[in-house]
Design a binder for this molecule. Structure first.
Ligand code: URA
Length: 284
């Protein structure tokens, strides 16, 4: 190999690392698509007209009439997230009488564009009868593949954190604010969060845990109605108020994925988990 090809290989390796760190960790097609090349203008066979943007996309059929939307914001093959979808999500979530119904409603819900790129719905894991419920932000790649929350590296750390307070997935229930993996692990948009919020709120209401743990800032901000940063929030008891007005003590803490990158902060999460353990004991 020439020194030049060594350089090229090193640059390509760096580029791959850069892309993986940015969350682009999967190939979607066998052949790379150059998105900068303009598509050739095509004429439609019958009319001779120029196709309009998105004309080749099929509108997705609703999974059931109950899930159908009359909302005109449905364009192409995915729903455009907006207030109408959030209102529909609130109504559907309110109608779920059990966790199983909620799962079915979510599985049939086409109002969130994240569903179209995710491989699986990531509903929840663990024991819904448990007194402790933990809510993270959104599934990553491993969770998307398995259809279960917190099964990747941060999930393994979460399992160790639970073990440190004498618990595992038989004595805790685990879910996320967003039940579908955002493509490339990007941050969910505020609209996507608003559309998914009614479902996680209904899930918390149905589980009715004694204590809620918010894993990371996005979970804390969404479910505790605050704009404060997680480093200020963590370690202080807050209250999550369900839509029907039940108050659940909530402990915001650092997200396991953050702890994997900032190991010096593990001791803070450890303190928060000890608080949770003491609270659960006091409520027994
Ligand atoms: N991070 C989350 O917030 N949730 C998961 O399920 C996995 C990683």
């Amino acid at each position: 190999m020439t020194p030049q090809s060594d350089d090229i290989q090193a640059s390509l390796r760096e580029l791959l690392h850069f892309l993986a760190d940015a969350g682009a960790d999967e190939a979607l097609d066998e052949i790379a698509a150059d998105r900068f090349v303009a598509p050739p203008a095509r004429q439609t066979a019958r009319t001779g007209e120029q196709p309009t943007a998105g004309a080749g996309l099929q509108r997705r059929q609703p999974a059931s009439p109950a899930m159908a939307s009359s909302d005109t914001s449905q364009r192409g093959d995915v729903a455009v997230p907006d207030e109408a979808q959030a209102a529909r999500a609130r109504e559907l979530a309110r109608n779920a009488a059990t966790l199983e119904e909620l799962r079915e409603i979510l599985a049939a819900f086409d109002g969130c564009n994240l569903k179209s790129t995710a491989k699986n719905l990531v509903f929840a894991d663990g024991n819904p009868e448990a007194p402790l419920m933990l809510v993270g932000e959104a599934p990553g790649r491993d969770e998307d593949l398995e259809g279960l929350p917190f099964v990747g590296r941060s999930g393994q750390l979460l399992d160790r954190m639970l073990a440190a307070i004498g618990r595992d997935r038989t004595s805790a229930y685990i879910a996320n604010v967003i039940p579908w993996r955002p493509p490339g692990n990007r941050t969910p948009t505020p609209q996507e969060t608003e559309i998914c919020r009614p479902f996680i709120e209904r899930m918390i209401e149905l589980v009715n845990p004694k204590v809620l743990v918010n894993l990371g800032g996005p979970s804390a901000k969404t479910l505790l109605n605050t704009t404060e940063g997680i480093l200020r929030l963590r370690g202080n008891w807050r209250v999550h108020t369900t839509t029907s007005g039940i108050s659940i003590p909530a402990m915001p803490t650092l997200h396991p994925a953050y702890l994997l990158r900032n190991t010096a902060h593990k001791k803070l999460a450890w303190r928060d988990f000890l608080e949770v353990k003491a609270k659960l004991r006091s409520l027994d």
